[in-house]
Design a protein around this ligand. Sequence first.
Ligand code: GDP
Ligand code: MG
Length: 161
Amino acid sequence: MATALKQPIIKQLTLALLKPDICADAALPPKIYQALNAKNLDIVQQRQVLWTEEDAGSFYAEHKGKFFYQRLCGYMTSGPFQALILSSPNAIKEWRALIGPTHPVRARIHQPTTLRALYGLTDTRNSFHGSDSDETAKNEIGLFFPEFDVDAWHRNNNSNN
Ligand code: GDP
Ligand code: MG
């Protein structure tokens, strides 16, 4: 008798930041954890970070020269923030969908239930970051969690055994 093959659910990793404005108000992070839980985005690892100008500049190198670059680096060095490794079957898209459009005013108009619509303050101080591809997720996870082995995690969590 043929038995139905159970397809393994392949999980993906992404890097999330709860930026300094979220971490400055102790009431906010618990609300974000609830939102993660509701979307089955699991926290694999988490740590608090305090950046120097140099750290901000290397993370946001792709934006160097843009009109908002100095403001962005000033914001990201203004206080401690949280870095999280998240996992779910579609973590990269799920987390970016949950945080919503980059600009909070646009988020409030077009996607009012997203986290940037709810908590974002300005175009610069938009409260969250999410990796935009598998490759950037791996690089960004490596920056914040140098001891975390992304490939080993996939081997251990996505095997067919
Ligand atoms: P993200 O991937 O949605 O975070 O957006 P980007 O990678 O394009 O931009 C990185 C960060 O720069 C954003 O999260 C904002 O903090 C900031 N930023 C992006 N676009 C603008 C803008 O038009 N104005 C200002 N003031 N800040 C921006
Ligand atoms: Mg980006």
